[in-house]
Design a protein around this ligand. Sequence first.
Ligand code: CA
Length: 376
Amino acid sequence: MTAQRRRFLKMLAAGAAGAAVAGCAPGPSDGGRGAPGPGAGKPGQRYRWRLVTAWPPGLPGFGTTAVMLADTLREASGGRLSVQVYAAGELVPAFEVFDAVSRGSVEMGHSAPAYWKGQAPATQLFTGFPFGMLPAEFNAWLAYGGGLELWRECYQPYGLVPFPGGNTGTQMGGWFRREIRAMEDFSGLKIRMPGLGGDVLRRLGATVVNLSGGELFTALQTGVIDATEWASPYNDLPLGLHQAAPYYYYPGWHEPAGAIEVIVNREALESLPADLQALIETACTAVNHQMLSEFMARNVQALDILVNQHGVELRRFPDEVLEGLRRASGETLDGLAASSPLAARILKSYREFQEGVSGWQAISEGSYLGARDSRR
Ligand code: CA
């Protein structure tokens, strides 16, 4: 363990202990609704938990974030909370993580809210959605705009407490076996795209399927699908998708902030003493930011390898296609709001926050990036 990591863990443990003393386990935005209850466990007791993920074994970024969370919890708790991490399929398949944690078969999960539309359509909104907020904006909404309270309210009926547990940053538009030149090209396209982005493409005539990460390469290579999105260069490279489709499109209009979740069984969480509950919240906040940094750093390297070593064809979606996708996204989101009062409330909160933050972003980061990179 590096000295830097030791200092970080020491700081984390001190923060958790401080929070427990003050009796304030929940984070800054926690208004109480849906938040963990008072700790019931004994302070000296040891806990052995299991964490199931929706990721293929050893997958960089996603899988390593789950391991980092487990390591942090074990080290910062002095071994009182040890968490064993399982890849998709080792205990439960990728798309059964939500249900397994909900029924208490395991205590924790690491997955994507976009996967759970079958359980409750509103869950998808917490991955972020088409033409929505960027990671820093999204995290600000969760922490200070009421987003986390809404997320916890959404998962409450399933006995789950969600925490932000990672973010990919803005994703890529996906891998395509043929080019997209106009909106008509989505018609009849067989594409893997979970969540609301998939709903948008379905509206445009695409055949949309959901496959887990481990299934993508074969489906794309054999022509079962014509296209797939996964994440971004760092995480797409190890799946080998560049060997199955030549065109790599951007931007990832459908997932501007690929938010990942840690879900905890509520009864299990409340069985912990208050300091360990606080530690989970703090450790999740830490990995949430760490994963974003990891993707930012590694995407640069992976994109270089994809383009310069593997000859991948980078393509930007034409402006008219992006405009068409933006319009169809608005209609799709309005349809979701009409189908679920909870989704309508979440969307209202999210959209109001986005509108406010957009004005600020235009004169801060947007303006700055334009000036900084103007010579490119
Ligand atoms: Ca994705």
